[in-house]
Design a protein around this ligand. Structure first.
Ligand code: CTP
Length: 410
């Protein structure tokens, strides 16, 4: 299985047109994000684009030679331009210069990119980038309006400081934003463009150089959640305690041992993310002292003094610009009551609770969950943790969307 099998844009054919503009350098990042999302990307550059960025950059990122000219015999023999037009499932021109928009409007076909735009039946999107006066010029405005009427998607431009020093509309949308639009348009992945941090596994609290306090968490649920998030298109960092599981493809893993190290790794990773899912079984206490030498069995009894570990989930939930926070709860009785109390006490958006005791929950391949959030709940029946994680992730995605709609009712 390749990395791309895990991504929602996998094997989608995206023709990425690049026209002449300073923002062309950002298109390299966009190409990288599309490839990382599993897409098969063919870059087509206009002659003017070549002034701003080299074709070898795109070739290295996409693994496909850049196409530039209409009648290049070498390329035409491999895949002719009409074949290329049929190959594309979506054409995105980024940056789209004022000149290119005008030529597109006029229906010119005097270079490869404009010809492909005419010859292809694939949906077409343009991400304009230019000086603000060029953008506001009635000629450009008329071209853009005509293209919109024709069904061309116009993404951006954004407002802000321009390469020429001016302030105003004309900046290329950020690559991550363009990726989200591509994902939405192709109807793939409920979490495309979202960033998530997941904790998983147990922590180990050292006593001496060879011993630690630990727990039975296998990390399976956390790893399944990380994998399900990636499948929905999210960019995932997995902060994991010691487990014997492979890193799911497409997930970035940060390995830690102690609760304090997990806290530090989470706080480092969580800035600017949209979602935090705390699956780890973090040790509530750690030995007050870690002794340098191995503890010898000289005494009949041994007392250990333990101190409380910080509650990572509670801390993340209290951050000013906090992500959507999901926690887990293991309860032996009155599942809904205790879990809801825990959700409120920790100030989190959602809690996934399961009954423990009698061999349930830990170290098993299956589980059942009661998921609670403000004003709603759902019971996910006993099943494989991988399936369960997929269902949990879809509940999370829906809940995040619902929250965003309440915050921004437009
Ligand atoms: N958690 C955490 N940091 C801790 C302890 C817990 O991030 N130091 C997270 C866990 O990852 C999980 C949730 O908080 O998402 C569990 O909360 P906790 O209060 O530990 O619940 P239980 O494990 O059910 O423990 P108890 O009922 O004994 O308090």
């Amino acid at each position: 299985m390749t990395v791309s099998d895990h991504f929602r844009l996998r094997d989608r054919h995206i023709l990425l047109g690049v026209t002449g503009g300073i923002a062309a350098y950002k298109t390299a990042e966009l190409a990288r994000l599309l490839v990382r999302a599993g897409a098969d990307v063919q870059v087509v550059m206009t002659e003017a684009a070549g002034i701003f960025i080299g074709g070898s950059t795109f070739q290295a990122i996409t693994g496909r030679p850049v196409r530039r000219s209409l009648f290049d015999p070498a390329h035409e023999a491999a895949m002719g331009h009409i074949e290329l037009a049929r190959w594309a499932e979506l054409i995105l021109v980024a940056p789209a210069s004022a000149d290119f928009l005008a030529r597109l409007h006029a229906g010119l076909a005097d270079d490869l990119l404009s010809t492909l735009c005419l010859a292809s039946e694939a949906p077409l999107a343009v991400a304009p980038a230019m000086n603000r006066n060029m953008w506001r010029h009635p000629a450009t405005a008329a071209n853009v309006e005509a293209l919109r009427v024709r069904g061309v998607r116009v993404w951006g431009p954004a407002e802000g400081e321009q390469a020429c020093g001016d302030q105003g509309p004309g900046r290329l949308l950020e690559p991550a934003e363009l990726l989200v639009r591509v994902g939405e348009w192709l109807g793939q992945g409920s979490l495309i463009g979202r960033k998530a941090v997941v904790t998983a596994g147990p922590t180990r609290e050292p006593l001496d150089p060879v011993r630690f306090l630990g727990n039975r968490s296998s990390g399976k649920m956390g790893y399944a959640v990380a994998e399900a998030l990636v499948r929905e298109g999210a960019d995932v960092i997995l902060v994991s305690g010691p487990v014997s599981l492979d890193v799911p493809s497409g997930v970035r893993r940060v390995s830690v041992e102690t609760a304090l190290a997990m806290r530090e790794a989470v706080l480092d990773a969580v800035t600017g993310v949209d979602l935090f899912v705390a699956c780890a079984a973090v040790a509530d206490y750690r030995p007050r002292q870690i002794v340098d030498q191995k503890i010898k069995k000289t005494e009949e009894t041994l007392r250990l003094e333990l101190v409380r570990n910080p509650d990572i989930l509670r801390e993340v939930a209290a951050l000013p610009d906090r992500p959507f926070c999901v926690g887990f709860a293991a309860e032996t009785d009155a599942l809904a009551v205790h879990a809801e109390a825990k959700r409120k006490a920790k100030g989190i958006d959602m809690i996934a609770a399961n009954l423990v005791g009698g061999g349930e929950g830990f170290e098993t391949d299956d589980n059942a969950l009661l998921v609670l959030w403000e004003g709603g709940w759902l019971e996910l029946p006993r099943q494989q943790k991988t399936r369960l994680a997929e269902q949990l992730v879809s509940v999370i995605a829906e809940s995040m969307d619902a929250q965003a709609t309440i915050e921004d009712p437009r």
